[in-house]
Write a protein that binds this ligand. Structure first.
Ligand code: GLN
Length: 220
């Protein structure tokens, strides 16, 4: 029986506490690798701070994005979880929806961020997503996700999570949980229906930074 998650988009312990644990610290060498990257995190609503903290811990330069012009010069962009309706309204208000459509770098969307990238919203990732598919806040849950990297499963935190109902032919399913895809890639887009920023396991963010490195080679 998966443990219930209560308390909204808050982790079971403050993210700062999780990040402060010695196990969470990376060797300096792996941080150095990411120093030249500038990653934007959409910061209009939701848990953008936790993404910023993980990305900084991995050595990236991080910019909180609230205006379209802040997308200029970024190597990648993260759209966090939160409330997709609120994020969508604010994106529209500030002209960020068109600016994100025009942004040609890698984009990583988690939870609400995945919803916003789907066919019915920004239309950048060819997936159909059912919002709040597992029920209300109390139906939030945690479970182990096999990242197919030969290492231990990742602890996945699902908060009023969306469920991917259909994927297009260009979409690669990187991980599933109970028969639903939960981590997917389509070219320069990575999407997750869970919250990798709320644990001290940095593997999904590292995978995104790898994608940024790959794409910067392609775009150079
Ligand atoms: N249920 C939220 C929505 O539909 C997403 C939840 C989340 O990002 N944790 O926007």
């Amino acid at each position: 029986m998966p443990a219930a998650v209560t308390g909204g988009s808050r982790p079971a312990e403050p993210a700062s506490a999780a990040l402060a644990r010695p196990s969470a610290r990376l060797p300096a060498a792996s941080r150095t690798y990411n120093y030249c990257m500038t990653i934007g995190v959409l910061a209009v609503q939701g848990n953008f701070r936790e993404h910023c903290a993980i990305l900084r811990r991995l050595g990236a330069e991080v910019v909180e994005v609230r205006l379209p012009e802040q997308l200029v010069g970024l190597d990648g962009l993260v759209i966090p979880g939160g409330e997709s309706t609120a994020i969508r309204r604010l994106m529209r208000l500030y002209g960020l929806d068109d600016a994100i459509r025009d942004f040609d770098g890698p984009v990583f969307g988690t939870c609400a961020g995945m919803i916003l990238l789907d066919r019915s919203h920004l239309g950048l990732v060819d997936v159909d997503v059912e919002r709040n598919a597992y029920g209300r806040q109390l139906a939030s849950f945690e479970g182990d996700i096999d990242l197919r990297d030969g290492a231990a499963p990742m602890h996945g935190i699902f908060i009023r999570a969306p469920r991917v109902a259909e994927v297009g032919p260009e979409v690669e399913v990187l991980a599933s949980y109970e028969n639903a895809p939960v981590l997917l890639r389509q070219g320069r887009f990575l999407v997750a229906s869970f919250h990798p920023e709320l644990t001290d396991d940095t593997r999904v963010h590292e995978r995104f930074l790898e994608l940024v490195r790959e794409e910067s080679g392609v775009r150079a």
